[in-house]
Design a protein around this ligand. Sequence first.
Ligand SMILES: Cc1ncc(COP(=O)(O)O)c(C=O)c1O
Length: 369
Amino acid sequence: MPNVPFVDLKTQGLQLLPQYQAALASIVERAAYIMGPEMREFEAAFAEFCGCPHAVGVSSGTDALVLAYRALGIGPGDEVILPANTFMATAEAVSHAGGTPVVVDCLPQTANIDPAAIDGAVTERTKAVVPVHLFGQPADMDTITAVAERHGLVVIEDACQAHGATHKGRPVGSLGSVAAFSFYPGKNLGALGDGGAVTTADAELAERVRVLRNHGEKTKSNHTIVGYCNRLDNLQSAFLRIKLQHLPEWNRARRSAAKRYDDLLAGVAGVTAFQERPDVEAVYHLYVVQVDDRDAVKVKLAEAGVDTGIHYPLPVHLQPAYAHLGYTRGDFPVAEHLAERILSLPMFPEITSGQIEYVVEQLAKAVTP
Ligand SMILES: Cc1ncc(COP(=O)(O)O)c(C=O)c1O
């Protein structure tokens, strides 16, 4: 029986191993591990990739969000609007900055934040809105930007799943005031450990993030604010620099795998794919479908050797950690409905046509009553 993994990090890892070893040797020979040339080179390359003047390397996507919120001055008493269907970190980081996450529903066609829901969630305490480019597809940035401008809100992109995706030809990371990226190993651009970046066109904001990530140290031993130890280390920067060169080709491979899934699934009753908006190029960090009786389908696929995921089974507003915010089931019906039906299929640049055909064949069997 074939086995189709959910992601395959080993193939890329082994292909690039000689380059990683050379980078490791160079760093060990110089014994330069933190805040060195590798970090600065990667930051410059990633900024260029995002079409954005500044990229600041940090220790994770979560920390990128926390530092972005902090650098914007978001703190106690401030509210930040974000979608119900996202990874917990989008909201968690607001809490770490001292603010309050305010949840809104998402769109059934894309699972991205519903721009029409933002107006109703704005109060005099609202400071920002966070479109999450979920599954690798940019959110409806034109409408979100217009709503944000009307209310004087900052737009913070959570681009943790969308390195290289574009909206009207412009890359994510350059579409709002500031953006957060994750380099968690399974991401489209993943480190060999944790990592993240903040991108922005605002030089002062970038400088505040740089100071915050390094203990609030403005100049040597001069700590102007209480900061964090949230740097991207040289080793991860060097690995990321090597991988960044391949990212356009890997994203193209993901897009053609998604197209193959779309074509094959169009003929399968009982499976609904998400739609790519006409004004974007998604990078398919995840390829997600909707099915009835999702948990049973997931088990049947596992029995057929197909690994799948769920992103995410419990929306943010129903997470026990946020019980104190007072949300209840029924508050965000689209996100709640999706949470019961979504299933992420195997997706990685090296996935073969044969593997995709096998997944679709098994999925078609699994959804047949
Ligand atoms: C949408 C989203 N936001 C934030 C994060 C947090 O990134 P990290 O795991 O690097 O802290 C992730 C990654 O899992 C994510 O998918």
